[in-house]
Design a binder for this molecule. Sequence first.
Ligand code: AN0
Ligand code: CP
Length: 317
Amino acid sequence: MKQFTSVHDIGPLDQALQEAFEIKKNPLSQVDLGKHKTLLMIFFNSSLRTRLSTQKAALNLGMDVIVLDINQGAWKLETERGVVMDGDKPEHILEAIPVMGSYCDIIGVRAFAQLKNKEEDYYEVILNQFIQYSGKPVFSMEAATRHPLQSFADLITIEEYKKSAKPKVVLTWAPHPNALPQAVPNSFAEWMNATDWDFVITHPEGYELAPQFVGKAKVEYDIEKAYKGADFIYAKNWSAYQDPHYGKILSKDMNWTVDSRKMALTNNAFFMHCLPVRRNMIVTDNVIESPRSIVIQEAANRTVSAQVVLKRILEKI
Ligand code: AN0
Ligand code: CP
């Protein structure tokens, strides 16, 4: 594997899942594969899980790891070409990227959507510049439009907990005080659409995701109908995608908070969220603390998805 930015880079899902379960059973079986190879992780945004789980995965493969938080200690980077750099940004990303590439063998990048310009976000300007100019294999640690390491971990988690061959998986929008990117729901939808599971997306009017991510999913505006018979409730907030409201908050309707009353409509569904989660906005204390909540197991699987991806990249360099 030369890069990992979406489900399209992973190949057949059954093969990826098989590798994931082998790694989960025996995480240190390839501890020499990454010897004397350096992973550089670049964060333009905060992280707890991605930072720790990806490092842990790299350590399991014997790699060395360097982490850089662009906004804490590095020079602020100009990202646009043609700008007269007389402002607060002393370095251009077009020098910074090949320099960073010269210090490592693999680069992971976290660069969220700015939510100001849809075309720029959906063109993945920052991620694509890393792919083009670093000279090294690049993987996404959540970019503007997708979070594939999260979605792969979600797939692994559902595979582990599902009771039937074709579970009903429901992605539900839920309220949040801030405007968040569409990367997590886009990516989750993309991975669910690559399975033959029964996949439903539910959200208030106006929160329709980009058609290329919705794909063959059923969009259900009636939240109770959506929950009915669900085997998995996957909650996430996102801001509006559709013009003219791109990146805006259209609703904070707490009827969309995942609560025990709505969970009772399901087929004793498991509750999932990528974390970090705002309690009593996205989900009530009762639901997230219930035995049907698998958010910790889901987060633990982030090490597994990262290790499959790093292993496959290492096998090709
Ligand atoms: C981010 C998001 O919604 O994309 C990261 C999730 C993994 N969440 C927040 O900023 C709260
Ligand atoms: N789920 C996830 O990616 O979490 P972090 O933002 O803490 O990395």
